[in-house]
Ligand binder design. Structure first.
Ligand code: MOS
Length: 738
């Protein structure tokens, strides 16, 4: 048996196909006779389409059809229900009417014989509008029509009463901008129909939900829709739920009777495929004279669209991270002329912990306590929002380990006091936190007579390593080496699996894979103990299965020979496992420590060093797990320092909706030292593998750790992300006098 394959760090089993270009992404599919779609997108943020000049485009070579609000089939809306499994974020169908709710909304779709002809023709379409004044940002939204209550609110004790008259208190407001996911692979659909059956290749984090939503929209039984997404160039949440382009491509393909490919251009990926919304968060904290929290209020408002309410649950972590008897968390939304927001890596927690963990730093300083000590004194030891114990919580150890490795004890707490050469050094820290979730899941495992295993599940691998950890699980239980295990994901013709999101794919799929593997082994034992079997006298429960061999009473036989001896192709197992129970509060924990370097002479800020300790239960693959946290840290630095999708306050139009002006960290921005400590305590209350999931936690708290380090270096408390260098240019402490 390949002992210990779980927890080891094998390379991605799909890695070679990906780096050699053999792995097909959505737009790599070219069914026979395929036509190409290209969108025409609104150039106003609010108003009505009053006319479409299509003549030049119609006469353009290769144009097959042009769809718009007066020429598009009647479709149905998806109920957009998470519980029913047909969720979409933008419920309005493309071309439903002539209203424009945001810039970058589909107003027409040209279908032509080539991509180039479709695009050139699309650019010849003239659109006239009646332009209404746009609500361009959160402030304008609140002023124009106030807010609406959101979900996930929580209240315990009396936070207001214990705030007034407390020994120390702060009342501060933080803001975060719109961020855009910007996965490398663009959103793309390749839709084709055969009679009344739709097949669509999509870059999707959730093929089953997209199938169900398309079935609702086209009025089909779900069995008549097949969604395939075997390889994805990431998504970060933008590909969790289907967007209008997939509906447009599917409808166009049915209308013209040919397959249609539609890729969302990079610019419109800033507008019509979701984003992290803008937030404004007010934090009021108070402590007693010993620096113990006595009152905590976290009130947030996020922007949403005029078509749908998306709630960014900024206070989701605030409810349970710290012990505090008097606490209020509230979420509100305000409508603006932007597309509908959606989950982006650690939705709620990423912007929420920027605010909370900045506020904890401010509170600690106000109370005269070291920020590390303040956290150790106030971390909750049980989930006070649910009244439940945590299944497993090692945040104190994570914080201590990271602090020690980072060298927090060498920190001089005086602002601007640490320097080297031209640079002022700042140390900052923050906690990180994410919920652990597990959904129901089905899977099938076949142990085949050719000595291989074949595994199917309609979940996806968005690049995180799901293919690999599934193969590791089958290997662990069968003793088959990884190269003998074929894993097939991302196809609704397989047993239903979860969306690749919420950091729940690992905890959800592995128990189903394991159960299906055990079923297959049980079937195998049944064959071995049947009349024709090698162990016909034995009871099947008395057989053991190890190293791909069945053993009984010291006699062993290769499972392949059992199957071949009876002319059987395979032994098969199918499993359907349940979601998490509510016996415990299941969460993951950690802490980030950041060193920034501020050079006031040339106004340069750089992030020099990050040490993070993460407690996510058992680590299934040490290489892909570390890679997830490292990637999340870099994305967190992007959030802290670079990323903001800007909208013109005069008209609501996006300003930097391109890869040149929406700045993300590049190689030169990577901290020279990133040190990830994985605690690796199995959470066996959560599932048999003890794994809680690792995709999102690493980004939470990062922006606050940077902001806290920036304060320590510069004395500037930046409460509005991102921390552009310009915000640090005035009144910098003099390095000579420090
Ligand atoms: Mo994640 S934001 O659930 O893809």
């Amino acid at each position: 048996m390949d002992a210990g394959v779980i927890g080891s760090g094998p390379r991605r089993i799909d890695g070679q196909r990906k780096v050699t270009g053999a792995a097909p992404y959505a737009a790599d599919h070219h069914p026979d006779n395929m036509a190409y779609g290209y969108g025409v997108f609104s150039t106003i943020a609010s108003g009505t389409i009053t006319g479409l000049d299509l003549d030049a485009a119609r006469q353009f070579p290769g144009v097959i059809d042009i769809f718009h609000h007066d020429h598009f089939p009647e479709l149905h809306r998806s109920p957009a229900s998470f519980a029913q499994g047909n969720k979409v974020e933008e419920t309005r169908l493309p071309f439903e009417d002539n209203h424009v709710y945001y810039e970058g909304q589909f107003v027409a779709l040209v279908v032509a014989d080539t991509f180039e002809n479709a695009r050139a023709a699309a650019r010849k379409i003239g659109v006239s509008y009646q332009t209404d004044s746009a609500i361009a940002n959160l402030d304008q939204g609140v002023k124009a029509h106030g807010t609406r209550s959101g979900s996930g609110n929580h209240e315990r004790g009396d936070a207001a009463a214990h705030f007034d008259g407390a020994a120390h208190s702060i009342d501060v407001t933080y803001t975060t901008p719109v961020e855009t996911h910007n996965p490398m692979e663009m959103h793309a659909s390749v839709a084709s129909w055969e009679n009344d059956r739709l097949t669509i290749f999509e870059s999707s984090q959730g093929v089953v939900v997209q199938r169900n939503a398309l079935a609702k929209i086209f009025g089909l039984p779900p069995s008549h829709v097949r969604v395939e997404s075997p390889f994805i160039g990431s998504g970060f949440g933008s590909k969790l739920w289907m967007w209008p382009h997939a509906v447009a491509a599917s409808a166009a393909a049915r209308e013209i009777g040919r397959p249609v490919q539609l890729v969302v251009p990079r610019q419109q990926m800033f507008t019509t495929t979701g984003h992290r919304p803008e937030t404004r968060q007010r934090l009021r904290l108070a402590t007693d004279e010993n620096g113990r929290l006595v009152s905590l209020r976290h009130e947030s408002i996020n922007t949403t669209s005029f078509t749908d309410q998306y709630v960014e649950t900024c206070g989701s972590v605030t409810k349970s991270l710290y012990s505090c008897p008097n606490l209020t968390v509230s979420h509100e939304t305000t409508q603006v002329n932007r597309g509908t927001p959606t989950s982006m890596r650690a939705p709620g927690a990423a912007p929420g912990l920027f605010a909370l963990e900045s506020a904890i730093d401010e509170m600690a300083l106000a109370a005269g306590v070291d920020p590390l000590e303040f956290r150790m004194n106030n971390y909750a030891s049980r989930d006070e929002s649910l009244g439940l114990d945590f299944s497993s919580n090692h945040i104190r150890e994570a914080t201590e380990k990271a602090a020690e490795k980072f060298g927090w004890q060498d920190r001089n707490p005086d602002v601007g006091s640490m320097h080297e050469g031209h640079e002022i050094i700042g140390y900052g820290m923050a906690a990180c936190n994410w919920e652990a979730l597990k959904r129901e899941c089905e899977a099938r495992v076949s142990l085949r007579a050719d000595g291989t295993a074949y595994v199917t599940c309609a979940t996806q691998d968005i690049g995180t390593g799901t293919y690999t950890i599934i193969a590791q699980t089958v290997s662990e239980l069968t003793g088959l080496p990884l190269e003998k295990i074929t894993v097939r994901l991302g196809d609704t013709s397989y047993p239903a699996g979860p969306v690749s999101g919420g950091s729940w794919a690992t905890a959800t799929t592995l128990p189903a894979i394991a159960a299906a593997t055990r079923e297959a082994i049980k079937e195998l034992k049944g064959y071995a103990t049947s009349d024709k079997g090698d162990f016909s006298d034995a009871d099947s429960d008395s057989l053991t299965f190890e190293n791909a061999r069945l053993t009984h009473d010291g006699q062993s036989v290769d499972y392949v020979d059992v199957l071949k001896g009876q002319r059987l192709a395979s032994a098969d197992g199918h499993a359907h496992t349940k979601g998490a129970d509510d016996k415990y509060s299941y969460r993951s924990f950690g802490a980030h420590f950041v060193e920034v370097r501020w050079d006031p002479g040339i106004s340069n800020l750089r992030i020099a060093r990050v040490v993070s300790a993460i407690d996510v239960g058992r680590v299934i693959n040490s290489m892909t797990a570390r890679n997830q946290v490292e990637g999340a840290i870099v994305m967190g630095l992007g959030m802290a320092h670079f990323e903001a999708t800007e909208f013109d306050p005069r008209n609501g139009r996006p300003v930097n909706n391109n890869y040149a002006e929406y700045v993300v960290p590049v190689h030169a921005d990577q901290p020279p030292e990133v040190d990830v400590i994985l605690l690796d305590y199995p959470d066996l209350e959560f599932n048999e593998f003890g794994a809680r999931g690792i995709g999102e936690i690493g980004i939470t708290g990062m922006a606050a750790a940077v902001a806290n380090a920036v304060y320590h270096a510069t004395g500037k408390r930046i409460r509005d992300l991102p921390i552009f260098k310009e915000k640090l240019m005035e009144n910098v402490p003099d390095v000579q006098s420090a």
